[in-house]
Design a binder for this molecule. Structure first.
Ligand SMILES: Nc1ncnc2c1ncn2[C@@H]1O[C@H](COP(=O)(O)OP(=O)(O)OP(=O)(O)O)[C@@H](O)[C@H]1O
Length: 361
């Protein structure tokens, strides 16, 4: 069942069109992440759904109700911002209950909801404190609590973890996931952080210049990016790209890059690769094997430029076919700079894009 439906949504600021006939359906109970770099329009889309921005054209439907021109408070949504937006002079308890008091919810019901939200978010000991007496993570918990007490079906999050340090960010990320698993309401979450997107989302909408580039579950986005932009945006370090030309020889297919021919016969292309076609071969760092190729397997000789041991993983930076690339191997396998290695590629899980259209083949 659809919870939120965005239909042909357009929004312009003066002469600048940020969203142009955008369509998006979000299922009931789904955790949808809007992911993209700064300025791609993800906050603008969220603010349109929230009712904080007037749309230029199109419709926002929430639970089968056209709310395009309704006030934010009447849309049945709760919103959590990056900046917390707490009332500094009020206690945590008052911050949680204030909106309900304004909406004339009976006091007994308010007490019940505040108690429940405080329990879920484990902020009971903080209820009497002022926001200035809280850490960033605690403030964001209160901000989430304020959305929670509204008892709404749809939560909107705008980069809620961006102001927190890395450790708190990962802790609160798990809590938001736990919250979604227990409440099962619809969540729409804006971020530019791919780890948040991959770990939290049921589906990710990757945006660029106001256009959704791919809408799919995290593993599909990671393993089968629809175009070069999505492939380069997701993954750290980035997917390795080799620009070259398709060649066919003795029943096998190759991508030739300068003097190097990559055997891509195992690549499961949706349409046959055409000899002479200009393509971009993409291989994730963990899909390259080091010194593991059988003697009959195609392999490439390279020299390690830089080694970045990261504990569980070891990241090697090398040069192949005249360009830098990264390879991720197990942390315990060490290759100091200058080491000579034999690289073999797992082409069954590679990506090949048409160089002109930049779409996946
Ligand atoms: N009030 C405004 N007037 C004019 N242009 C605006 C206004 N608000 C946003 N924009 C422009 O709209 C585009 C999308 O902005 P938006 O805030 O949605 O991006 P974003 O993807 O959320 O980026 P960020 O992560 O930096 O917040 C940007 O190019 C921005 O400059």
């Amino acid at each position: 069942m659809t919870s939120v439906s965005v239909r042909d949504l357009s929004l312009s600021f003066g002469a600048v069109t940020v969203l142009d006939k955008l369509n998006l359906d979000i299922d009931h109970g789904e955790f949808l992440v809007l992911l993209g770099s700064s300025g791609c329009g993800k906050s603008t889309l969220l603010n349109c759904i929230a009712g904080l921005l007037d749309v230029t054209d199109g419709q926002i439907i929430i639970h089968d109700r056209n709310v395009t021109w309704e006030e934010p408070k009447d849309r049945g949504i709760g919103m959590v911002f990056q900046s917390y937006a707490l009332y500094p002079q009020m206690s945590v308890e008052k911050n949680l209950s204030f909106g309900l008091q304004v909406a004339r919810v009976p006091q007994a019901e308010i007490d019940k909801r505040v108690k429940r939200a405080a329990e879920i978010l484990q902020i009971q000991p903080l209820l009497k404190r002022k926001p200035s007496e809280l850490s960033g993570g605690q403030r964001q918990r209160v901000a989430i609590g304020r959305a929670l007490v509204r008892d709404v079906d749809v939560f909107l999050f705008d980069e809620p973890l961006s102001n927190l340090d890395a450790k708190l960010r990962s802790e609160l990320r798990v809590e938001i996931k736990r919250l979604h698993q227990s409440l099962k309401n619809t969540m729409i979450y804006v971020t530019h952080d791919q780890i948040e997107a991959l770990t939290l989302a049921d589906r990710i909408a990757v945006m660029k210049s106001g256009v959704i580039q791919q809408l799919a579950d995290p593993m599909t986005i990671y393993n089968a990016p629809e175009n070069l932009f999505v492939a380069g945006f997701i993954g750290s370090p980035s997917m390795n790209f080799f620009r070259g030309e398709v060649e066919a020889k003795e029943g096998r297919s190759f991508v030739r890059v300068d003097g190097t021919a990559f055997d891509v016969t195992a690549y499961p292309a949706s349409v046959p690769l055409k000899p002479g076609q200009k393509v971009v071969l993409g291989v994730r760092p963990e899909h390259v094997k080091v010194d593991e190729a059988r003697t009959d397997e195609p392999a490439h000789q390279a020299t390690v430029d830089i080694e970045e041991p990261m504990g569980a993983d070891n990241l090697l930076w090398l040069t192949l076919a005249g360009q830098p690339m990264s390879v991720r191997i197990a942390g315990k396998r060490r290759y100091p700079p200058g080491s000579s290695v034999r690289l073999s590629f797992d082409m069954g899980v590679a990506s090949i894009f048409d160089a002109a259209s930049e779409n996946r083949l």
